[in-house]
Design a protein around this ligand. Sequence first.
Ligand code: APR
Length: 252
Amino acid sequence: MVKRNVESEALYREVARLLVDRGNCVALTGAGVSAESGIPTFRTQGGLWEKYDPMEFASIEAFRKDPSKYWSLRGEFIKDSDLYQPNNAHIALAELEQMGIVRCVITQNIDGLHKKAGSKNVIEIHGNLMEIYCLACGKEYKAPYVPEGMPPHCLCGGILKPNTVLFGEELPVDVFMKAKETSATCRIMLLVGTSAIVHPAASLPYLAKENRAKIIEINIEKAFPEADYSIMEKAGTALPKIVDEINKFSHE
Ligand code: APR
């Protein structure tokens, strides 16, 4: 398959046609899809892991030693979570689900913005920052209603932890099995805003390819060389363009 880049409008028409003809599309998203909502990515210029050592701030080992490190990294976002809104990329993916083209969004993001945008079938393989629970008694808390304190404690005195997968933690087995099954049975995978290097999520596009799915990458840099189509464009621009092209077909 010849690689195609974003320069031609024809590329958008071809990708839109493929989505309409094949359907059964699964989106695998990463931090890049939320970048235009003002949420920092991890590994691009100025990303979170340039400022913070993930092993010191976002590993389960570090959390057990000193939970305030992770809370210092994520506490602000949790308290201000209502301020973060879905951008045009999240909205376009929800529209593609309503059109019956995207049947599932598998996201590595923990910001909850796909659901906020209206996507119904979302697999949050790294969990969700908005869900917080007590490690001692299991009581659940919902962002932004988190008790004061660094780290915040439950009424029972236990430490609170967001329901996110930290480095060194296994992904919930049932959740990842569902993501694998979904990836292995799709006919197109939209790979949106991910460096596609963190496993086990990074294995999903290969699973899709094994099933002869076409991979369409939307990114501002080439992250997945095995993609059949590469749209080098911001997700908030590229995805609405694809939706527009599909709408043109239905008016032809
Ligand atoms: N539109 C599309 N792509 C973008 C945009 C944008 N507006 N902005 C950035 N990108 C791309 C970057 O080029 C990069 O390839 O998004 C990707 C973000 O990569 P990472 O920062 O590595 O984020 P992600 O792939 O989600 O990381 C995976 O690593 O640290 C763990 O748990 C964390 O879920 C995260 C996982």
